[in-house]
Design a protein around this ligand. Structure first.
Ligand SMILES: *Cc1c(COP(=O)(O)O)cnc(C)c1O
Length: 395
């Protein structure tokens, strides 16, 4: 077992060696510009890009590969979706509906649009992190251009009732976008069956390379490009295609498609094993997020009386994360947990465990032992000693 144990799969994932092998020829041998139409170098890169586009389309059930626009990642996809709809449809309305627990890619883009005169409604969530469908219905007006609801929450793993949410949005005449970055490749996603118009996701969350993502744009949905140039990607995102990364993204999607069912069973079992070990070894353990409708690899727990920042500073051999620690200099607790009604003091004690493809049972048992020991130590420490521990390992 290699230390430290990596349990932060929501932040990023290792590139699968099979993905890396697929990418390697496209750096030095097959280096052509996919937009070069006049020679074989370009043709080969274009063919590799087309094959990957089909693989990426397939994992989300898109009708056609031409509905996939490659971007630099989910952040860019979200920006293109939200700003693209807002600017293309401004004459029809000025209102956007989203959720308080979204990723900052969505929240910060909405803030930007508010500065430009759009109105944004941030729907509240229940203690499990779910929105109320009647609340969504009531929030949509005839000025609403867009509804954006994430498929799976990156902190607590809660899965949204996506098909029902999409139906309500589209019945009321709004375009429906979902940030599905944590969901694609982990739980079944089908844009046609679910009625999704726009979907953002990226490779680094699914054992693919960093810096590559996609926006699914349903045929017939009009969005305005946010990047002008050579007219690549059907005019929606100009710039030379990153062919090695696109090939890697395609391979990552293909592996997820083939292995998702078995992998999610295995990962869910390990997640439940970790949860059981921690609940058996410690008092005052609270699960955040939905008890059943959640990502298989997500476990978000608070250990009452043990500040996450101190626990993580002392947990040298296990890499986990907490939304409350070091996110900002002021150490605000997670906006997700606060929106779910978790008390500020408990939110500061929340740790997110993210499991994935390469997590082993041995790692889980080791991590559980380390966490139990450290939480017990932290609970016994004076506040001064806790401050010193954090300072000694400043994040
Ligand atoms: C990681 C993540 C993003 C950002 O993805 P990038 O590819 O790093 O831009 C957006 N939304 C969610 C839910 C995420 O987990």
């Amino acid at each position: 077992m290699r230390l430290p144990v990596y349990l932060d799969y929501h932040a990023t994932t290792p590139v699968d060696p099979r993905v890396l092998a697929a990418m390697l020829p496209f750096f030095s041998e097959e280096f052509g510009n996919a937009a070069s139409r006049t020679h074989v170098f370009g043709w080969r890169s274009a063919a590799a890009g087309d094959a990957a586009r089909a693989q990426v389309a397939e994992i989300i059930g898109a009708r056609s590969p031409e509905e996939i626009v490659f971007t630099s990642g989910a952040t860019e996809s979200v920006n293109l979706a939200l700003k693209g709809v807002a600017s293309a449809h401004r004459s029809r309305g000025d209102h956007i509906v989203t959720v308080a627990t979204e990723h900052r890619a969505v929240l910060d883009t909405c803030r930007r649009l508010q500065k430009e005169g759009f109105r944004v409604t941030y729907l509240p969530v229940d203690p499990n992190g779910m929105i109320a469908l009647d609340g969504l219905h009531a929030a949509i007006t005839n000025r609403t251009l867009l509804v954006s609801v994430m498929a799976a929450n990156n902190e607590v793993g809660t899965l949204a009732l996506l098909a029902q949410i999409a139906r309500i949005a589209r019945e009321r005449g709004a375009v429906f976008h979902t940030d599905a970055t944590q969901a694609v490749g982990k739980v079944p996603m089908n844009v046609q069956a679910m009625g999704v118009d726009l979907l953002s996701f990226s490779a680094p969350k699914m054992c693919g390379p960093k810096g590559i993502g996609a926006l699914y744009v349903r045929h017939g949905i009009e969005i305005a490009p946010q990047m002008d140039g050579g007219g690549h990607e059907f005019g929606l995102r100009s710039g030379t295609l990153n062919v090695p990364a696109i090939v890697g993204f395609g391979a990552a999607c293909e592996l997820c498609r083939q292995e998702m069912a078995a992998e999610s069973d295995r990962v869910r079992r390990l997640r439940d094993r970790l949860h059981q070990a921690l609940a058996a070894g410690l008092d005052g353990v609270t699960l955040h997020g939905h008890p059943t409708e959640r990502l298989p690899g997500n476990l978000n727990l608070s250990f009452a009386g043990a500040q996450a920042e101190t626990v993580m500073a002392m947990l040298k051999d296990v890499a986990v994360s907490s939304a409350s620690a070091c996110a900002t200099a002021s150490v605000e607790p997670s906006h997700v947990l606060r929106a779910m009604g978790v008390k500020r003091s408990l939110a500061h004690c929340s740790i997110r465990f993210g499991l994935g493809r390469f997590t082993t049972e041995e790692e889980i048992d080791y991590a559980a032992r380390c966490v139990i020991e450290v939480v017990q130590q932290v609970r016994a420490m004076s506040p001064m000693d806790q401050l010193a521990a954090v300072a000694a390992r400043s994040c």
